[in-house]
Design a protein around this ligand. Structure first.
Ligand code: NOJ
Length: 558
């Protein structure tokens, strides 16, 4: 079957991070029964696809992105019977389920790795990357994404194994055809259960340059960024085409590849339907604009002109060639209202403005749990309240490099992944209604009394109902799906304005990314604002030529 029905072009995806969504049994950890409890809430929002972060058996070094058994459910989350029930309940409500597929690496507790470690001639040895040390050191100078070297020594065989993430996440060797077959078999197991697609974790890292060479070290760096030798590597398109032919093409599903370091040119190769790879990818470029050289922890304010330029490149670069994913948030990113908006005085206005700016673009939008009620970043006083391995390792590394505690905390407050991972805020009760237990696995954001689902549902002007409207408009207006993209006011430092055009229709979107009143000076745009029909605004009485703080307006030519 060729995947001709591109249903995912009209869908809006909602991401659930199960550990933090809803705890049904009081152990402080979200679970599958908790998700089932909240499906009517998601239906009310109007989303039609759920992307579920990993629920597989895992020792949780990286909260499930380290899988011990691909065909079992994590005990803390429930059982396979719970999973089957969730899938049936979703389908009953006409919603679809996309599972996380983490196959760049496994857990070091996965049976394959346990075997692989035993001896150099074990049949599973070649499922992973094992190498001898070089001059008493690691086989190459690559650093791990989670700090420190990308190699760990194992004394059983006196060799090192490669792990681009934590040392409990050894990388799988995709050069091995038997391994690839095992993965395809496992994917079919889930698809045959009836799931509707995969979100593929760092999938553009599965093909490494075979000789694994050293990469250049910049000043003061101990370990290098080996990305150019494993991102979009030599056999990546071949592997994805094989996976597509063996698995994806046989089911009416969607696929989205998480692809750090992919350019628009790469994205066209990955998502051009004629090439039979994946349907869409997650780019990281717009998420890197507020980082200085040296990585995400080095803070830099966002320049709106950079953001406009970047998103325009993706909108125009993929139009009629591939397909975009649209996102501001996920479990790895800080909360967008705290990041590009204003999480104090203009929290509601800026959350709606940011949603507007993204949801009228071309592509499939992704909403991350809590985004629809404007959840914010968190500032825990104590490092001991943080749970994320990336944050914990960064603290150790930077302390050793001489950074002060204040500098480290400043980076965590702005960029730490736990900003996105505090529990979902359901109501005013203790722990925001996330758990009836005494201690959630990570603290609830102290703003839960003000920001929660119950309050949002009671207020017709809430961010929740604004998202509901955005989702409904996407179902009604084909121009959102089909139209081209034209950036207006290119160099303007505060306004993000663009047009979508399709047949004889024009949709105009104007967003004020600042806390100031901003007058539209451009004559042509002023005329359009006066003449076009209002579609949606985040303030009463939009359509003026002076935009209020974080105001957004959407208008249509007829
Ligand atoms: C990307 C995932 O989104 C992230 O949460 C995880 O830590 C890494 N890949 C490693 O699996």
């Amino acid at each position: 079957m060729k995947n001709n029905d591109q249903w995912w072009k009209k869908s809006v995806v909602y991401q659930i991070y199960p550990r933090s969504f809803k705890d049904s049994n009081g152990d402080g950890i979200g679970d599958i029964q908790g998700i089932i409890e909240k499906l009517d809430y998601l239906k009310l929002l109007g989303v039609d696809v759920i992307w579920l972060s990993p629920v597989y058996d895992s020792p949780n070094d990286d909260n499930g992105y380290d899988i011990r058994n691909y065909q079992e459910i994590m005990n803390e989350f429930g059982t396979m019977a719970d999973f089957d029930q969730m899938l049936a309940e979703l389908h009953k409500r006409d919603m679809k389920l996309v599972m996380d597929l983490v196959v760049n690496h496994t857990s070091d507790e996965h049976e394959w790795f346990v075997q692989s470690k035993k001896s150099t001639d074990n049949p599973y040895r070649d499922y992973y990357f094992w190498r001898k040390g070089k001059d008493g050191k690691e086989p190459n100078n690559w650093g791990s994404v989670f700090s420190g070297p990308a190699w760990t020594y194992d004394e059983t065989t006196n060799e090192y194994y490669l792990h681009l993430f934590s040392k409990k996440q050894p990388d799988l060797n995709w050069e091995n055809p038997t391994l690839r077959e095992e993965i395809y078999r496992m994917m079919k197991y889930w698809l045959d259960k009836g799931i509707d697609g995969f979100r593929m974790d760092v999938i553009n890292m599965i093909s490494k340059q075979e000789d694994l060479p050293d990469a250049e070290l910049s000043d003061g760096q101990v370990y290098s960024d080996g990305g150019r030798y494993y991102m979009n590597g030599p056999r990546i398109h071949e592997f994805l085409q094989e996976m597509n032919q063996e698995v994806l093409s046989k089911y009416p599903i969607m696929s989205v590849g998480e692809m750090p370091g992919a350019t628009t040119e790469d994205a066209v190769l990955y998502t051009d339907p004629d090439r039979n790879e994946v349907n869409m990818i997650f780019t990281f470029e717009h998420m890197d604009l507020d980082s200085a050289p040296g990585g995400k922890w080095n803070l830099k304010p966002l320049d709106l002109v950079d953001l406009k330029e970047n998103l325009t490149k993706w909108q125009t670069g993929l139009h009629n060639k591939g397909w975009n994913s649209l996102y501001w948030n996920n479990h790895d990113q800080p909360r967008i209202v705290s990041r590009f908006g204003n999480d104090q005085e203009y929290r509601v206005e800026s959350a709606k403005m940011l949603a507007t700016c993204l949801h009228f673009m071309q592509g499939t939008p992704y909403i991350y749990q809590g985004e629809e009620i404007g959840m914010t970043n968190v500032k825990f006083d104590s490092l001991g309240d943080y749970r994320d391995i990336e944050t914990i390792n960064m603290n150790i590394e930077r302390k050793a490099l001489g950074y002060t505690h204040e500098e480290i905390m400043a980076s965590i407050y702005v960029k730490g992944r736990d900003n996105a991972r505090t529990p979902m805020q359901w109501d005013h009760s203790e722990h925001g209604g996330f758990t009836t237990g005494e201690t959630p696995w990570i603290k609830v954001n102290p703003r839960f009394k003000e920001i929660n689902v119950k309050t949002a549902l009671e207020d017709p002007q809430s961010i929740f109902y604004f998202y509901q409207k955005l989702i409904a408009l996407r179902k009604e207006m084909d121009i959102i799906i089909e139209g081209d993209f034209q950036l207006l006011l290119k160099g303007h430092p505060k306004l993000f304005a663009y047009e979508r055009r399709w047949k004889d229709e024009t949709l105009l979107v104007v967003c004020n990314f600042s806390g100031d009143e901003v007058a539209v000076e451009d004559e042509e745009l002023r005329t359009k604002l006066a003449e076009y029909n209002a579609v949606l605004s985040n303030y009463e009485g939009g359509g003026q030529s002076i935009l209020r703080p974080y105001e957004s307006m959407v208008l249509k030519n007829r």
